[in-house]
Structures are given as structure tokens and as C-alpha cells.
Design a protein around this ligand. Structure first.
Ligand SMILES: C[S@@+](CC[C@H](N)C(=O)[O-])C[C@H]1O[C@@H](n2cnc3c(N)ncnc32)[C@H](O)[C@@H]1O
Length: 228
């Protein structure tokens, strides 16, 4: 767990409090109208006050808190490991429970066939491998339960640099060395998977794909996978 925490702190830019603030500031963008439309299309039929919903890598817990406003009796569970995210979780609704666990190899045991919906919004690219988690989710989800996976996917280096590091002047005689190292390391960490890699891995782990929509000009994907 310690190793993962250190990896995450570095991946999140080295300053935990700043990373937590950025997650709060990005909340609206990461849960925008298109996300909500996709969510409603695939999850509305599973949502009720009796539902059990998990948000993996839930950041500061804002999505669960929002769900709690409509479903104050639902069982809403967030998984998170980064101490700076856990620290920023104030005013959680009474039906939101947070579990601190390393999703690379979760030790948490939930009852088989007990969960209706799982969301992983921008989590999977931060894991060293997702298979252990996918196998557990398959067991936890009820047959027909839905796993929503949203994440960045592989993109050309030029596109990545343009969107994430627009201020680096590559034509300068001396681009800053540390900034470059950081940019190229993050390029790898944000470019682990092609959408087909995620689709095929999910299928190999026993999910049926209901939808896979790319967005941000192909730089990200939303997948709805059904546990069968
Ligand atoms: C990019 S943030 C997205 C946060 C939130 N899902 C959102 O969309 O606003 C990814 C989150 O996953 C968490 N995370 C990454 N790896 C994790 C792991 N191995 N175990 C638990 N949480 C993890 C991070 O700490 C971070 O809060």
C-alpha cells in the first residue's frame, strides 16, 4: 500500500493537497452532461433506494454525495487510497461509506452478487494492472449489474503534449529538463490502453460489453460492461 501511495502522489504531481483541490475543481468536467447521459442510459434501471453502488477511486466523494441526494437510503460505497483525498472528504452523506484499500489488489471482501452498479471514473489508468479488480467486480456485481469504466486512452504524443503540456516550447534551445521528464513519464502513465484493450480485458474477465463510446476526439472512452 505504501508503494502505491507514493506512486500516486508522484502521478498526481507531488503535492497531495493541490491534487485533491484539482479533483474538486475537475468534478463538473469529469461528470459533465455527456457523462450523465451515458450514466442514465446504462444505470437508471438499476438505481433505487435499495441499490448498492460503488465508486472506485472516488476522489473526495462528490459523486456519491450527489447520488445520496436522490437516493438517501441506497448503499453508496467509495474506494480510495490517497490520504489527501481521504482528508478532503467532509460532509459525506450518512449513507456514504468510504473504504480505504489499494485497488491494484483489493483486500476488501464484499458478498458475491450484492452490487448493482460500479463506476471507475479515471481510475483504471492509475492501476499497475486492472485484472485483479475486474475479477473481484465480476463476483461482487449481481448478474446483469453494470460496470461503468471511463478513462483516458492511447493517443498520439503530439495530441497529448498539446492538451496537457501546451506551455512547453519544444523549439526552445533549452526546454526545461524536469518538465520534459515529467511530461514523458505522464505520457506513458496516461496512455496505457487502446479502447480495444479495455474491451477485450473486460470480456476475458467475463463481462459483456453493452456500449463503448470514445470522446474527447478519441482521447477517452466510456464503457458500459454487464456482469453475466
Ligand atoms: C483521476 S482521480 C479521479 C477521481 C474521481 N473518480 C473523479 O472522476 O473525479 C483517480 C482517483 O483514483 C484514486 N486511486 C488511484 N489508484 C488507486 C488505488 N490503487 N487504490 C485506490 N484508489 C486509487 C486516486 O487517489 C484518485 O482519487
Amino acid at each position: 500500500m505504501q508503494k502505491t501511495t507514493e506512486y500516486l502522489r508522484h502521478h498526481h504531481g507531488g503535492d497531495g493537497d493541490k491534487a485533491a483541490e484539482k479533483t474538486v475543481q475537475s468534478y463538473a468536467k469529469n461528470h459533465d452532461a455527456d457523462f450523465r447521459q451515458f450514466w442514465d442510459r446504462h444505470c437508471a434501471a438499476h438505481l433505487s433506494d435499495q441499490a448498492s453502488v460503488i465508486d472506485l477511486g472516488c476522489g473526495t466523494g462528490l459523486w456519491l454525495n450527489e447520488l445520496a441526494q436522490t437516493y438517501p437510503q441506497a448503499k453508496l460505497t467509495g474506494f480510495e487510497l490517497a490520504p489527501y483525498m481521504l482528508k478532503r472528504m467532509d460532509n459525506l452523506a450518512t449513507n456514504v461509506e468510504i473504504i480505504s484499500d489499494d485497488l491494484n489488489n483489493p483486500t476488501t471482501e464484499l458478498a458475491d452478487n450484492s452490487v448493482d452498479i460500479v463506476l471507475a471514473n479515471l481510475l483504471i489508468h492509475e492501476l499497475h494492472q486492472p485484472v485483479t479488480l475486474f475479477c473481484k467486480l465480476r463476483r461482487w456485481l449481481k448478474p446483469g449489474g453494470v460496470f461503468i469504466l471511463c478513462d483516458m486512452v492511447r493517443q498520439p504524443l503530439a495530441d497529448y503534449l498539446q492538451h496537457q503540456y501546451a506551455d512547453i516550447d519544444l523549439a526552445s534551445q533549452t526546454p526545461d529538463y524536469d518538465v520534459l521528464v515529467n511530461a514523458f513519464q505522464h505520457f506513458q502513465e496516461h496512455n496505457r490502453y487502446h479502447p480495444d484493450d479495455l474491451i477485450q480485458l473486460l470480456q476475458q474477465c467475463g463481462f459483456k460489453i453493452a456500449a463503448a463510446d470514445t470522446f474527447k476526439n478519441g482521447r477517452a472512452v466510456r464503457i458500459a460492461a454487464i456482469s453475466v
